[in-house]
Structure formats: C-alpha cells, structure tokens
Design a protein around this ligand. Structure first.
Ligand code: NAI
Length: 334
C-alpha cells in the first residue's frame, strides 16, 4: 500500500524531501502540498504530479492525505503539528519542533490526550552512519566512559533571516539532540560564550558562538556554532573517553590526488553532507507508520531540545551558567 503524503513548506528542504519521497523512498507518494510561496509550490506540484492547496491546514485535513511532512519556517511548526494531532494524522516535523519549550509542551500534552504517538521530529543526525558508529562504540565501552565532547558546527553563510538566537535554536539544536542521544543522558547546565566578532557576519548577528553543556554525570561538551565559516559546511564531533578518543569521520569525502595536490571536497551545505541520513530517516518513518507507529525522535525529544536551547539563549543573554530544568518525562514517552 502506498502511503499518501502531504507536504507543508516547499522551500529548500521541503522540495528535497518531495524529490526523496518520489525518487528514493519506497511505499509513499506525495499527493498534496502547500506553501505561502504559491508560485514555487505550484511549480513543484506540477513537477511531482501533486495537488496544490492554498493552506497547510487544507493539506492536513485532506481525506486524500494519510500523513504529513512539515518543512515550513520554524515559527509555523507548532500550529501545523497541533493541527495534525487534531486530525489524528502522523506527522514528521522538521526541527525544531517549535520555537519555544511552552509550545513543545502543548504538543506533548495534545499527543498524550489523543493517546497515540503521532509526532516525529526531523533530528536526522541520529540516522547518520558516522554518529551511529560513534554510538555503537560508546556502548561497547571500548574507550571507557566518555569524559568530554568537542564539536564544530560550521555553516558557510547564514540564511537571509538568520538571528543570533537561531544559531542555537535552529543550528546548534542538532548537536543538542544528537549528543544527548549519543551519551544517553540528560543535560544539567549550560552556558554560551560569544567570541571576537567575525566582521563578515551581519552586524546584528553574534557569530560565532560556543555552546557549553554539562551532563548529569559530568561530561563536558563544547560546540562551536559558526554561521560564517565561508569555506563550507563542516560538522565535527570528537569524544574523549577514559581510554581513548573517537571522532566522526572527517573528511567525509573522497581523497583526490590531482595536479600535485591531495584534496578533499568540503560540502557546501547540509543537503550534501546528510543526504543518506535523510534517506534513511524518511524511509524508516514511512515503514514505521505503516506498522505500529513512529520510532524516531519524539515530541518529547523535541521538547527537551527546545528547553535546552531556550536555557542556553537565556544563559547567553545573562552571561551566566544556567541549570537546564526538564519536566519529569511522562510515562507515555518512556
Ligand atoms: P526555506 O526558507 O527554504 O523554506 C521554508 C518554506 O516555508 C518557504 O518556502 C516558505 O515560503 C514556507 N512557509 C513559510 N511560512 C509558511 C506557512 N505558514 N505555511 C506554509 N509554508 C510556509 O527553509 P528551509 O531551509 O527549507 O527550512 C525549512 C525548515 O526545515 C526549517 O524549519 C528548518 O529548520 C528545517 N531544516 C532542517 C534541516 C535538517 O537538517 N533537518 C536542514 C534545513 C532546514
């Protein structure tokens, strides 16, 4: 049976997911889509033989749509996810789940009230081969207990609407989620350092920023989130353990020997670096919702990431170390 998917938001990643659902993924067809950029959405609808709807809610409530993928701007996520829960439809929402922890809790409570897990959040790094291998190695105990984690999240240039808060809530949120998943424990406190300003950054934008996190067991994490690397999209993660060190494969591309030089390509953005992770994420989402329901990052994971990001932003503004206070995990998400 082909699952009929509706897509809300057909910008960069929305269009890429539609291509993926059509050309790579098995068992699903994109039948409906919507975007406030009607001209672009109509072009994509024509290309993929889907029906264009004026509003996201019409896609969500359409009887022709079995499940929904949300890839619109961050502030629109919560409203659409709540609508999907009302319509009792499975939804894969791109990260972040919402722009505040309060909105995430509203989603969590609505899902609990509906008594069915419907929501998955697009934290696709959990599906990346490198991160998966790191997790397996950590579990095997080969480097002993992890003690420290050093990460870099470098973007070539920021998007046009990028803000200082989004560096944490939109970009750094990937590390917030994936490190919590890798280490399998919660955060205790966080801090954000701003550094000498990159003069290539917009004057309003504090860039780069360093997120510092401490987990409950005392693991220390530093993440450079840099929106203006100018050289490419570069993701690094090194875990220092009691007996050794493990690193995400870097470089992630083929070594080329040419014209007297060794060189590696550095990807321009996320779409190249994590292509395979998105493929696996979406295929598993489709397979799981055809079965007993989503098994990927839940609304609860979306909430924990968001409250952590909110706390880090508060810490940056106050120039303090802030405790990360997470509500007790409801039985529903255990
Ligand atoms: P984009 O700006 O290229 O596309 C967003 C689209 O949403 C635009 O076409 C815009 O017109 C549309 N939109 C805005 N408000 C809307 C509304 N109320 N209803 C329907 N459509 C609306 O941005 P991009 O890069 O595609 O990002 C979209 C979302 O995906 C963001 O939330 C972002 O955080 C997430 N994302 C996730 C990535 C990942 O690695 N998991 C990578 C890139 C983006």
């Amino acid at each position: 049976m082909e699952l009929r998917i509706g897509v809300v938001g057909t910008g960069a990643i929305g269009e890429d997911h539609i291509r993926r659902l059509t050309e790579v993924i098995t068992g699903a067809t994109v039948v409906a889509l919507s975007d406030i950029n009607e001209e672009n959405a109509r072009r994509i609808a024509k290309k993929y033989n889907a029906v264009f709807y004026k509003t996201g809610n019409e896609v969500i409530w359409s009887p022709d749509v079995d499940a929904v993928l949300i890839a619109s701007w961050d502030p629109t996520h919560a409203g659409y996810v709540l609508e999907c829960i009302k319509a009792k439809k499975y939804v894969l929402c791109e990260k972040p789940l919402a722009t505040s922890a309060e909105e995430c809790l509203e989603i969590v409570n609505a899902e609990i009230q509906g008594k069915k897990k419907l929501v998955q959040v697009g934290f696709m790094r959990r599906y990346d081969t490198g991160y998966r291998e790191l997790k397996e190695m950590l579990k095997s105990g080969i480097i002993g207990e992890p003690l420290m984690v050093h990460c870099c999240h470098r973007n070539r240039i920021p998007g046009p609407q990028h803000t200082t808060d989004m560096t944490i809530k939109n970009s750094g949120i990937h590390e917030i989620d994936v490190l919590r998943w890798l280490l399998d424990e919660e955060y205790e406190s966080g801090q954000v350092l701003t550094v000498k300003q990159n003069k290539n950054a917009e004057s309003e934008l504090k860039d780069p920023q360093i997120m510092l996190l401490k987990t409950k067991s005392g693991v220390r994490i530093d993440v450079e989130v840099n929106m203006n690397s100018h050289y490419g999209y570069d993701i690094q993660c090194e875990i220092v353990g009691e007996k050794g060190v493990i690193r995400l494969p870097d470089p992630n591309t083929i070594l080329t020997k040419l014209s007297g030089r060794n060189s590696y390509e550095i990807y321009a953005d996320w779409s190249f670096r994590f292509t395979r992770a998105y493929d696996i994420e979406i295929q598993q989402w489709i397979d799981s919702i055809k079965g007993s329901g989503p098994v990927g990052p839940s609304a609860w994971d979306g909430y924990v990431a968001c409250i952590t990001a909110d706390t880090l932003i508060k810490a940056r503004k106050r120039e303090t170390i802030e405790p990360i206070i997470i509500q007790p995990r409801p039985e529903f998400y255990c």
